[in-house]
Design a protein around this ligand. Structure first.
Ligand code: IMP
Length: 186
């Protein structure tokens, strides 16, 4: 018997009530991270930067990025949160961490995704009170459309449309962080 061969469409990923489809492959993420790390290594050579990783979402991106940083650096973690489900709550709910003296230091804040920019905007104001020499922002993803804040995003892997994404550390209601690829909502 002969069957017509259709191209195999990957099944969407179901997380609770929502479906997601593959969007950015890990190989492409790694290649962007290699370029980004090379730029940071050049820009911040001799400055001994402190990478401040914003938990939870940035843990995978930060791990991949920082493994490719070859200059002397320190790493610290903070936890901020303004999301419930697929919408920003507009309120930064938690700030945990940061017992380092950041006065006079070069800081690189490492974020998974910048959407409205509200979460980071508030955090950057808190950081400024600690009198660092300079603060850079590195993010895996940026959504330029909803971005409302004024701070510069110095290092970015991908600018994406205003759609909800999961995977590579990003979650939907706690699920989906464990995928090596990034998915977008269907
Ligand atoms: P912002 O304050 O609107 O920029 O949101 C920043 C935080 O919201 C990020 O660090 C993520 O944790 C979360 N977030 C924003 N957009 C998405 C998304 O598309 N998927 C998953 N989390 C997101």
């Amino acid at each position: 018997m002969k069957f017509t061969k259709y191209p195999v469409m990957p099944a969407p990923w179901k997380l609770n009530d929502k479906y997601f489809e593959k969007f950015i492959l890990n190989a492409d993420i790694q290649s962007k991270i290699t370029d980004l790390a090379a730029k940071i290594n050049t820009d911040l050579a001799g400055k001994k930067p402190v990478f401040i990783v914003v938990l939870n979402g940035a843990f995978i991106f930060a791990s991949d990025l920082i493994k490719k940083i070859t200059i002397d650096c320190e790493i610290a973690f903070v936890k901020l949160s303004s999301y419930k489900g697929t919408q920003s709550s507009g309120v930064v709910q938690q700030i945990i961490g940061l017992d380092l003296d950041l006065k006079g230091r070069t800081i690189v804040v490492v974020e998974d995704i910048i959407d409205t920019g509200l979460t980071l905007d508030i955090f950057l104001k808190t950081l400024a009170e600690m009198e660092p020499a300079e603060v850079k922002v590195a993010a895996c993803l940026l959504k330029p459309e909803p971005f409302k804040a004024r701070f510069p995003v110095d290092y970015i892997c991908f600018s994406i449309p205003n759609e909800f994404v999961v995977g590579y550390g990003l979650d939907y209601d706690g699920l989906g962080r464990n995928s090596e690829d990034i998915y977008k909502i269907v």
